[in-house]
Design a protein around this ligand. Sequence first.
Ligand code: ATP
Ligand code: MG
Length: 332
Amino acid sequence: VPRVLSGIQPTAGSFHLGNYLGAVRQWVALQESHDAFYMVVDLHAITVPQDPAELRANTRIAAAQLLAAGLDPERCTLFVQSHVPEHAQLAWVMNCLTGFGEAGRMTQFKDKSAKQGTDRTSVGLFTYPILQVADILLYQAHQVPVGEDQRQHVELTRDLAERFNGRYGETFTIPAPYILKETAKIYDLQDPSIKMSKSASSPKGLINLLDEPKSSAKKIKSAVTDTDTVIRFDAENKPGVSNLLTIYSTLTGASIAELEQKYEGKMYGALKTDLADVMVEFVTPFRDRTQSYLDDPESLDAVLAKGAEKARAVAAETLATTYDRLGFLPAK
Ligand code: ATP
Ligand code: MG
């Protein structure tokens, strides 16, 4: 059975619509056909300062949302990254294999550090794509379900896996990105030229799944569209309307063509009102399910402990092979 691996940061508490449509939705589907490993990446979260109590709470909230979205611990391995120490250990090895210039070409780092200013940017933020390389290679993943913004990091993973295999002998599976074209990039509702993001979106541009449904409905209704009035999918010339059509189509299963037909001759307001209803219908039970997992933290922690145990079995084996190939003396 082919294997998949992916992770999500616990930074903002709530997942946003881009996280769900671009990544988590695919995770749920892939657990049926793949040996799936999914994790809450708290090591990645501390690349920017985090309040300890909030980080701990947000890690549980992230896990609860993954279960609410449909991950089934019987069908996949769900765990917290810091529970598996091999991630940090393999990351060090991968750091030593990466060129400085190569790491400097990662566009996510360039964007995020430019926003923070170099004085406030940690070395961890610079090397986090390399931690991601370790995340993926530890599990010998064949595919990595992510949004478009992560494509470059999967490419780096492939390069480093090939480099290691070439230097030390076949060790790592070469992974491929698993990115669905339609939902690869969900855009900010107020600025459809940038991706919806935990760290970069303005509150009005971002739909947090755990927000009050009414507030999310309001954000849909005030989404930026364009001065034209035709409801038609055209990502280049009508990015705002196209983004709304993508969201609508994915949440309801209606095709874009069906939606274009349904709204022929109608105003943007009609589309937005209907999509706002769709959104409320989606987030209301999602929030309830998330809350019910959070109401039972012992069970939630038990799920994560079991996941970590399953993950460690795989990760420890890969790390042991890696150390051996590198020539590290075994600690007998
Ligand atoms: P940050 O801005 O702090 O990096 P984020 O919004 O990118 O946060 P992550 O936890 O880094 O959230 O990403 C989790 C997953 O969601 C990744 O696979 C990422 O590619 C995907 N993703 C994030 N934003 C979008 C988006 N706007 N459209 C589609 N996929 C997205
Ligand atoms: Mg991100």
